[in-house]
Design a binder for this molecule. Structure first.
Ligand SMILES: O=C(O)CCC(=O)C(=O)O
Length: 226
């Protein structure tokens, strides 16, 4: 089902507008906002982890149960997108919350994960910018240590972004710390927007996003299954 949602000139990015219904979005947002689980404050946003903690040094997921309200979503994403390997489901979800003016620095998700990601956007829009990473032995680095913007995707509430391949392994992705996004010529999914002619997009409310991935190595600290 992914193929017809392919966008842009960078392999391989897919954008599915209205992936979930307004009711499902409302339910997810209510569950997230009603939860007393602590938020972790990081630069430019706050976050919660589900499914466990990724231990960067050990290179494993210290696994804990994925809450029941997320399980149907993980099943559906695995079946619809095959983004986590054929027949496989995700085992980790990062919930990010961004107020207008907040964002996430350009980064790569790295080798601990299967190289495919699903990002579900809730409550407010933002623009994801993909840039080509300059390698340290690249001689253009001498002319300035910059990453070149390749493609942008306007993420509407309820939409699903999936990326893998070159977009995962050779690019950085990030969200600018702005209150208003420029919908410039790098935006690859303009046709899927409510107003394809718009040149700016206000961030509006706090945006919530669920970044869904599969950590390759898992240390099961859950105990035997009953
Ligand atoms: O919030 C988003 O849409 C992006 C999140 C992200 O890039 C990440 O969690 O690595």
């Amino acid at each position: 089902m992914l193929e017809k949602h392919r966008i842009g000139w960078l392999p391989e990015i897919f954008y599915i507008p209205e992936y979930i219904s307004v009711d499902d979005e409302e339910r997810l947002c209510q569950t997230i906002r009603a939860s007393k689980a602590p938020w972790i404050k990081v630069s430019g946003r706050r976050l919660r982890n589900y499914g466990g903690t990724v231990h960067e040094k050990l290179g494993v997921l210290l696994q804990s149960p994925v809450p029941s309200w997320l399980q149907p979503l993980l099943r559906r994403l695995g079946e619809d997108t095959q983004a986590f390997g054929p027949g496989l489901e995700a085992n980790h979800v990062l919930l990010n919350a961004y107020r207008p003016g907040e964002g996430i620095m350009p980064h790569q998700d790295g080798p601990l994960y299967h190289p495919g990601v699903c990002i579900l956007s809730l409550a407010a829009p933002a623009v994801m910018r993909f840039s080509r990473k300059r390698s340290s032995d690249d001689d253009t680095r001498a002319q300035g240590d910059f990453n070149s913007l390749v493609v942008s995707v306007a993420l509407q509430p309820r939409s699903l972004l999936v990326f893998r391949g070159d977009a995962y392994t050779h690019c950085l992705h990030g969200i600018d710390e702005v209150e208003e996004e420029a919908l410039d010529e790098t935006v690859a999914n303009r046709e899927a927007l409510p107003d394809p002619e718009a040149r700016v997009m206000k961030r509006g409310n706090e945006r919530l996003s669920l970044t869904v991935r599969r950590v390759l190595r898992v240390k099961n600290i859950l105990g035997p299954r009953k």
